[in-house]
Design a protein around this ligand. Structure first.
Ligand code: FES
Length: 168
């Protein structure tokens, strides 16, 4: 007969350790799951956000288009409203510019400076941009306005995430 028999004390130790571990795992799993849940969640869907702007209504005059979407920040969900200046250029192509000034982030307005008509104007420090979003030398902004990629779906304009303009 083998001398490797398990004593009553060892048996109880093994059993209690096993049961304790099983119970601890049962308690910890929901906590771990809760902690990493936003990371595991698949957001899915498109990165383009619907706007109320009908593509057929876009003219060559920049029009401010506001659009709202739900932003998920870890466990916090909030409604965010962004804007774009949307128009058609001389070739009839749609341009959607970010209104965020590239100097210190104020909001630019179209045609708001009487001394510089047909420009985007930033009231914070007098920043100026031409209609295509190019910053005017001699004013504070040091880069062109960001550009939204866009799509057309069911006749409406959808906008992606604004990005710095790519130089040709
Ligand atoms: S923030 Fe626009 S010019 Fe300074």
């Amino acid at each position: 007969m083998s001398k490797n028999h398990v004593s009553r004390r060892q048996f109880l130790n093994y059993t209690l350790t096993g049961v304790g571990g099983f119970m601890a795992a049962g308690m910890l799993m929901p906590m771990v799951r809760f902690a990493v849940d936003p990371v595991l969640k698949h957001t899915g869907g498109s990165d383009f956000i619907a706007t109320p702007q009908k593509v057929s209504d876009i003219t060559n005059v920049p029009t401010r288009v506001d659009f709202t979407f739900t932003q998920q920040d870890a466990w916090y969900e909030s409604e965010v409203t962004n804007s774009a200046w949307v128009f058609k250029d001389d070739k009839g192509e749609i341009i959607a510019l970010s209104p965020v000034c590239k100097h210190l982030g104020c909001t630019v307005d179209w045609n708001a400076d009487k001394a510089n008509p047909d420009h985007f104007y930033c009231p914070c420090h007098g920043g100026l941009y031409s209609k295509d979003g190019t910053n005017i030398p001699g004013t504070p902004p040091i880069a062109p306005l960001d550009v939204y990629p866009f799509q057309e779906k069911d006749g409406y304009l959808y906008l992606g995430k604004a990005e710095p303009r790519k130089e040709a």
